[in-house]
Design a protein around this ligand. Structure first.
Ligand SMILES: Nc1nc2c(ncn2[C@@H]2O[C@H](COP(=O)(O)OP(=O)(O)OP(=O)(O)O)[C@@H](O)[C@H]2O)c(=O)[nH]1
Ligand SMILES: [Mg+2]
Ligand SMILES: [Zn+2]
Length: 330
């Protein structure tokens, strides 16, 4: 049996979410489709992958989520106007970066900030050591200078036994770990090695620039044999865009809302993401670009409307600072 918090009612854990469709795992490791009780659908805080919930079974094996149990940690991602929730109750974040074209020490720095804010513990994982053996030592030094004692692990997928021995120490029965990092760095590959089975699909990176193909499209939580939980996530596609769609904005733009349901990524920003149904509709002339621009403007306004004055000032400063950073970079 999995190690779940005790509660009067049956307790389950969210392992997948897509819009209002959930999957939960029960302590006996059985997986069930799940929905939110009406009362919860209107709550300020919606259950999220990694959350423990309680509820009851209906229709034989479906689960009705009636209560969100208290969170130990919350991992969020920075966005222009607010934080976007990534996963709940994460204890360990594997900041995953490949040693080839993807390498960026300043990106690791940004990830570290997010992880420390969340209450989880970071571990830096440098992948594809086989491809860049000559660069390894210099890059480890570069990271050590910003990582202040955060463990730095180096992996090679063709040596699964070493991968297991290096990462197993971080995967206790009480651990919930998540892999974050760019597309194509080998997050799903590592998960498959640790689970010793092909749980997630993996795909070769583009020749030339080593960019990944966004093979993983949604977060998914798996339990390893020893009871450690491990979340695979899609490669981050540009940080810094708010994702929340308020109900009001959705109602004013029903055609965009319904198109968005068909986007490949749950949190698609309808910019350059692959498989974006909104951009596809613009391309074939079924949606005017102006509609999308108006939609974005309203979205931003409604986001400000839900903030207090201190939060608005903070968001504006954040935007200014972000712009300056971009200026310096170019
Ligand atoms: N040479 C080498 N290739 C690797 C290594 N790790 C992963 N790969 C390859 O890199 C490619 C991308 O790996 P994935 O595991 O799909 O990458 P991902 O991070 O899950 O990518 P997304 O799901 O798109 O975010 C695959 O072809 C892997 O076989 C490694 O250590 N060495
Ligand atoms: Mg993947
Ligand atoms: Zn989209």
């Amino acid at each position: 049996m999995l190690n779940f918090p005790t509660h009067q009612q049956p307790t389950a854990r969210i392992i997948f979410q897509s819009h209002d469709h959930y999957q939960v795992i029960y302590a006996d490791r059985s997986v069930h489709q799940a929905v939110l009780a009406g009362r919860l659908q209107l709550a300020d805080t919606l259950p999220l992958i990694g959350d423990f919930v309680s509820g009851q079974f209906y229709d034989h094996d479906k689960f009705l989520i009636t209560e969100l149990l208290p969170r130990q940690t919350l991992l969020t991602r920075a966005s222009n106007y607010q934080e976007q929730a990534v996963a709940a109750n994460v204890t360990t974040v594997f900041i995953t970066m490949s040693l080839n074209a993807d390498f960026s020490a300043s990106r690791v720095e940004r990830y570290l900030t997010l992880v420390w804010d969340s209450g989880a513990t970071p571990v830096i994982v440098l992948t594809k050591a086989d491809l860049e053996p000559a660069l390894l030592a210099a890059r480890q030094l570069e990271l050590a200078a910003i990582a202040f004692g955060v463990p730095i692990i180096t992996t090679t997928s063709t040596d699964p036994v070493t991968v297991q021995t290096q990462l197993n120490g971080y995967l206790q029965p009480t651990t919930t770990a998540i892999f974050v990092g760019s597309s194509g760095v080998g997050k799903s590959t590592l998960l498959n090695i640790l689970a010793a089975q092909q749980l997630q699909a993996t795909k070769a990176v583009r020749a030339g620039d080593d960019k990944g193909r966004h093979t993983t499209t949604a977060r998914h939580l798996y339990y390893l044999a020893n009871g450690a939980a491990l979340i695979d996530s899609p490669g981050i596609r540009g940080v810094g865009v708010a994702s929340s769609t308020t109900a009001a904005t959705g109602q004013s733009f029903p055609e965009i809302t319904s198109l968005a349901q068909q986007c490949r990524f749950n949190d698609c920003q309808h910019q350059q993401e692959p498989g974006c149904a909104v951009q596809a509709a613009i391309k074939r002339g079924a949606l005017s670009e102006q509609r999308l621009i108006d939609y974005r403007r309203l979205l931003r306004e409604t986001e400000y409307a839900t903030m207090n004055s201190r939060q608005i000032t903070a968001a504006k400063i954040k935007r200014l600072v972000g712009n300056k950073k971009n200026l310096r970079r170019h």
